[in-house]
Each structure stands twice: as C-alpha cells, then as structure tokens.
Design a protein around this ligand. Structure first.
Ligand SMILES: [Zn+2]
Length: 320
C-alpha cells in the first residue's frame, strides 16, 4: 500500500498523519506538543514519519505551517508562534531524508484546500477561505487553482490596510485588518478603552480574551458590543474588497471569532450589502462557517500531495 504524510505544525500542537491516497480518513495520526527548539522540530517530525512509514510505501509529504512559507524553496520563512523557525528549510530536510517530494505550505492556504475538497467548499471552483482567531489568515482558490503567488506569499487577507495609521499589527505595520478584527484585537480594544476610563462589566478582569468580550456583549455590556461591532464593520470593509478582487461563489469563515454569529458574522453580512459596488457580487454568494475545524490544514496538506501540484484541476469533480 502507498501512503501520504500530512503534517500540521501548530503553535502548540504538532500532528503527523499517514493517509492512504484514496481516503480522507487518516490511517494513523501521531500527536505531540510542538517542540520549542528549532532542531527538535525536524527530529520530532522525522521520528513520527519513521514510525508511520511502516504502514506502506511513502509517496510524498506536505507540512501545513503557520506564517509565511516559500514552497518553491521548501522553506518556512517565519512562524509567529514558534520562535527560531526563521528561514527553516523543513521541506528540503524532509526531501533529503526520505527521497520523496516534500513541501511546506502556509496553513491557511492548506485549510482553504481542505475545505474546498472535503468541507464547506465542495463543488465550488472560486472560493475564499478566511480564518479569524488570534490572527487573520486566508486562502484563495480561483478556477480550482490555489493562488500562492511568486513566492508563496499571496492571500494575506489579515494584512490589508483598512485604517491608515490605525492600531499596530503583529507584522509591524499599522491599521491592518488583523489589528482590528482578530480576536486579539477585539480583546485589546476593550482593554485599552477600560484603561482610558470607559465603564464595562469587564473592568475588573485581567487578561481579557475575545471570548470574555463575546460573553459580556451577550449580557448587554455596551463597550463589549461596540468592540464586536467595530471588528465586524472593518471585516465587512475588507470583505467587500476581497469580493471585488476575486468574485468568489463562496466565502468560508473559520476560527473562533467567526463562530460568534449574532455578534460578528451577521452584522458583517448586513454591512456588506452597503459596501459592494454592485449587488451582482452578492448574487448567489454563500458566506458560510468552515466545516472541518482544526482538521482543515491537515486534510489540505493531504490533498496537496495527492494532487501533486498546485493546479488542482479536473480532480475537483471527483469529490469523495
Ligand atoms: Zn499586518
């Protein structure tokens, strides 16, 4: 039997899975904590692959990685939550050790592919995927082709400017969507407003999270509600731009923040109607929650190897 190895390198958890090319249910998954030292990451991954490759003949490997990657060179450019992974040649190391094609891909891009093939995007040729949690990431599929750009850096939906000179973003620039509409940004806004003297039921809390803000908003806290309204408003603004650029038939929203339907998802959808340049962009457009949860990136990495190339092509019609 042949096997494909898919890797999900998360900020806290590392998953290495063996799949048969014919099935999206993994034969076996090995889970460990993500090592904190650079060299231990390759050791931990290769230890898991050595165990899994007893299941069959290895066809290929793909790792879904946080942060920007350069798939053509097999390099993780940086990983915001994993220190020491700057310019880390994980793909090259895996290819040298196992003698099969091995690629590194951005995890949000792989989640887009996973949702396209097995999740909420099944049957769509033109798809946008956005994940809104601590940060904002995304992926674009146009005419069944994943758009990654010349160096794998395309579709950074979180890093478009929606408020010039606005709040500082994790990337170092100002006023990016991620700095206003991510979970981290929602919590930070409430914390800053409380520090500036605004009243809130969260005033006595330390380390306020987006989840705390959502709970307070549902209980009628005006500042908490305002924080979500603001996040939804700027997301709608960004989303209108994405629709103008890509004209998708479906937008899939993943991540914890987008699960807040009445606070975030629905207000964003309503605003969008006023922000598009023509209602034609919204005609038959579906905006739906993601279906695959934490498995989207891992499944996308599996799909990526099974299709062997970023041109996803005719296999789009062969959904399992
Ligand atoms: Zn940014």
């Amino acid at each position: 039997m042949s096997i494909i190895i898919a890797i999900d390198l998360g900020g806290t958890q590392l998953r290495v899975a063996a799949f048969s090319p014919q099935s999206s249910t993994p034969l076996r998954v090995i889970r460990t904590s993500t090592p904190t030292l650079r060299d231990e990451i390759f050791l931990e991954i290769s230890k898991a692959i050595d165990t899994l490759k007893t299941e069959g003949e290895l066809l290929g490997i793909c790792a879904a990685c946080p942060g920007p990657t350069d798939p053509a060179r097999g390099i993780i450019l940086s990983a915001p939550n994993i220190p020491g992974l700057e310019n880390y040649p994980l793909g090259t190391l895996l290819q040298e050790r196992y003698g099969v094609p091995a690629s590194v891909q951005n995890d949000a891009n792989m989640a887009a592919v996973g949702e396209w093939r097995y999740g909420a995007g099944r049957g769509h040729k033109d798809l946008l995927y956005l994940t809104i949690s601590t940060g904002i990431g995304g992926g674009v599929i146009c005419n069944n082709q994943l758009i990654i750009g010349a160096h794998g850096l395309a579709a950074e939906f979180g890093h478009i400017t929606v408020l010039p000179d606005g709040p500082l973003c994790s990337c170092g620039q100002r006023g990016h969507l991620e700095a206003i509409s991510s979970g981290t940004a929602i919590a930070r806004y409430v914390t800053e407003q409380i520090a500036a003297g605004r009243p809130s039921s969260l005033a006595e809390e330390t380390n306020i999270t987006a989840r705390d803000v959502a709970m307070a908003a549902r209980q009628g806290d005006a500042l908490a509600k305002e924080a979500y309204d603001r996040a939804a408003r700027f997301l709608a603004q960004g989303m209108a731009d994405f629709l103008h650029l890509f004209n998708p038939s479906i937008v899939i929203l993943g991540g914890g923040v987008s699960q807040s339907r009445e606070l975030f998802f629905e207000p964003m959808q309503q605003l969008l109607q006023k922000l598009v340049m023509s209602s034609a962009y919204l005609k038959e457009l579906q905006i739906v929650p993601a279906e695959l949860g934490d498995d989207a990136g891992l499944l996308g990495a599996f799909v990526h190897v099974s299709l062997q190339q970023t041109v996803l092509g005719d296999l789009a019609n062969s959904h399992l």
